[in-house]
Each structure stands twice: as structure tokens, then as C-alpha cells.
Design a binder for this molecule. Structure first.
Ligand code: SAM
Length: 345
């Protein structure tokens, strides 16, 4: 059974952890024998007897959210915004089933997901969110691969990296000279180090909305082209935090720095109706009407390209996005934006 060992005691999945220090977190990796834990549930086929589903209406579409609640804390020990990493991890872990027609595969994600000991109520397991996470990852993988081809000595920094394994996933498609960095909140970095001891990513425990967050990593980035990936991150920042983050990336990595990240339109971001709010308690705090507006949040940034995501999930999502564009006179509900920093004039 997958278990996190703390100090002298083993804590089975689903049981409360009471004490945790930086040094005593160890995760036992499941072996591949027949007695091993079953794979995580496939999206859309969560056992509705164990986890009754309740409908939540979002963007005119029903999403079915497991309604189970439990007093036990899961083994990953995350809460609030850090627990949001479980939802995209769930999507990537199920990508083979969800999108068999694409080349996207993330074999490490399924193992990582199982090791977190996640509980369905804290993860959005519906098909829309799972497929959307994978389409977002596909868009950002393509941006990363193109950057690596242009800048083989460059640096890819994933801000709010969570348990994403882009470096491992794109190993065959990017030059070995590329440097991979990741930043996230301390509790996430601690979990990631425990679950991924062979990580090719150099990690930094920091909040990227706090002054000085990049001080420790500029030795790795100086005079090199940098691509910042902000995947599932920007919407959690207050408007001031979003501005600070964009400002600090341009200050730290200079003109020419690139940033790719997903954003919601403010009507959705600020509605408090996204199911992740209910699942984790984390709230969206900012949005942008389009990629140009996102770039204009801080001086010196401009939009290079915008990539639709919601439209790719299903015909129903494409229709809902189309209606949204009609109502807002052209804005997308959700997209990935690719920005570039210029010199300040
Ligand atoms: C939705 S998850 C996405 C994780 C990962 N990028 C992925 O796509 O799998 C959001 C991540 O952003 C991190 N995060 C949120 N606010 C942050 C901050 N101020 N500084 C650093 N990381 C932050 C969370 O801890 C979490 O890992």
C-alpha cells in the first residue's frame, strides 16, 4: 500500500497526519506486483456509491462533483491553493484514456497521483476539467518545445510547478542543454522532493508573489533566455500579486523573457463558481478579458499568441465558449496566453 512514513509510524492513505518536519517525510513507492494498489479511478467512472455525485452548474454545463466528506486529512498534507495541484495531475494521469488520439502521455503522473493519497472530493475528476488540464498541458508543452528549439541553452522555469513532470515528459523532445527550474510553496516543494527524488528540475521553495522570490535562482538564469510557465497559477493571484509577478519576471529575467500561462475571463474568475473553490477552498482572485489585457497588467509585456483550450474539450464546451464570446463581444472564457517582455521605453 502506498504510505507516507513519518518518523517511526506508517500512515495509510486517508488517515490524518499530525506531525511533519522537513526531513522525515518519506513516501513508499508502490511495487508492480498483483497485491499492489489499484490504479486511480478513471475520470467519469468514480464509484458513485462510495462518492455520491452532486451537480454543480458552471458555464451553463453541469459538472458532477463527489459529495463525500471526511474528517481524515489525506496523506499529501496539502490544503487550499497548494491542493489545487491534484486536479491537473489527475487529468495527466488519465490522459491515455481521455485523449487516446493525441501523442500526450505522462506515465509518471499516475504513480504520483496514487502516492498523494488524494480523495475525490478535493480533486475535480469530471471529464471537462480532466480533459481541459491535458489540453492546457499540450499547449504549454508545444510552447516549451518551440522555445527549446530556438534557445537550446535557455531556462524553463515553472512557477507553481506542483507535481508537473514536463521536464521528464519532454526529455526526448528538448535538448539536454536546457535548464529546468521550478518554484512553488514550501509544502509543495517538500512533497515533490519526497515523491520525485530523481527530479531533473532544480526546485525553489518560495511564494512568487513575495519580494525576493527570484533571488536564489538568478544565478541559473543570468544572461540566458528564460521561459516562465505559469500553469494553473495566475488566477489565484490578487490583481496586485499578478502585477508584481509579471513585473518581477521582467526585472529578474530581462527583456526577451517569455511567459506562458492560462487565465480566465474576469466574469468567470471572480464569480466564485468554479468547482475548484468548493473542492479545495482556493479562490480565483484575478482574470483578464483577453491576452492583450493580461499583458497590459504590468508594463513591458506584450502578447505573442493566444491558444484556445476550452474549445478543445468537447463540442458542448466549444458551443458554450462561442456563446460566451458573443455575450462578451469577442472574449474567450479561458485560454493560454504567450507573452514576451520588451525593453521599457
Ligand atoms: C493548479 S496547481 C498547478 C500545478 C502545476 N502547474 C500543474 O499544472 O500541474 C497551482 C499551483 O500553484 C502553486 N501556487 C499558488 N500560489 C503560489 C505562489 N504564490 N507561489 C508559488 N506557487 C504558488 C500551488 O501551490 C500549486 O502547486
Amino acid at each position: 500500500m502506498t504510505a507516507v512514513t513519518e518518523g517511526r509510524g506508517e500512515v495509510p492513505i486517508g488517515h490524518r497526519r499530525t506531525h511533519r518536519t522537513q526531513h522525515d517525510l518519506r513516501v513508499d513507492v508502490p511495487h508492480s506486483g498483483p497485491e499492489q494498489p489499484t490504479a486511480p479511478e478513471r475520470p467519469g467512472i468514480i464509484d458513485s456509491h462510495k462518492h455520491p455525485l452532486t451537480p454543480v452548474w458552471y458555464l451553463g454545463l453541469p459538472k458532477f462533483i463527489p459529495a463525500e466528506s471526511s474528517d481524515d486529512a489525506p496523506v499529501h498534507g496539502l490544503s487550499g491553493v497548494s491542493a489545487t495541484l491534484l486536479t491537473p495531475l489527475y487529468g495527466r494521469a488519465h490522459a491515455t484514456d481521455l485523449l487516446p488520439g493525441t501523442a500526450f502521455r505522462d506515465p509518471i503522473a499516475a504513480r504520483l497521483l496514487a502516492q498523494t493519497g488524494y480523495r475525490p472530493p478535493e480533486v475535480l475528476t469530471d471529464r471537462g476539467n480532466a480533459v481541459g488540464s491535458v489540453h492546457r498541458a499540450i499547449a504549454l508543452d508545444a510552447i516549451t518545445t518551440a522555445f527549446a528549439a530556438r534557445c537550446p541553452q535557455g531556462v524553463v522555469l515553472s512557477a507553481g510547478i506542483g507535481l508537473d513532470t514536463r521536464a521528464q515528459r519532454l526529455r526526448e523532445h528538448t535538448p539536454a542543454s536546457l535548464t529546468w527550474l521550478g518554484a512553488d510553496l514550501p509544502e509543495v516543494i517538500q512533497l515533490r522532493r519526497a515523491l520525485l527524488p530523481e527530479d531533473p528540475v532544480t526546485l525553489f521553495a518560495a511564494s512568487v508573489t513575495e519580494p525576493g522570490w527570484y533571488d536564489a535562482l538568478t544565478t541559473e538564469t543570468s544572461d540566458r533566455p528564460v521561459l516562465v510557465i505559469a500553469e494553473g497559477l495566475l488566477m489565484y493571484f490578487e490583481p496586485d500579486g499578478l502585477r508584481f509577478f509579471l513585473d518581477s519576471c521582467r526585472t529578474a529575467f530581462g527583456p526577451g523573457a517569455e511567459l506562458a500561462g492560462d487565465y480566465f475571463h474576469p466574469r468567470l474568475a471572480l464569480s466564485d463558481r468554479h468547482p475548484i473553490v468548493r473542492a479545495t477552498g482556493a479562490r480565483f482572485r484575478s482574470g483578464a478579458a483577453n491576452g492583450h489585457r493580461l499583458a497590459a497588467t504590468a508594463p513591458g509585456w506584450h502578447l505573442v499568441a493566444e491558444h484556445p483550450v476550452m474549445e478543445r474539450i468537447s463540442p458542448l464546451h466549444r458551443a458554450a465558449a462561442g456563446i460566451f464570446r458573443l455575450i462578451t463581444l469577442g472574449s474567450r472564457p479561458y485560454a493560454v496566453a504567450h507573452l514576451k517582455a520588451g525593453a521599457l521605453v
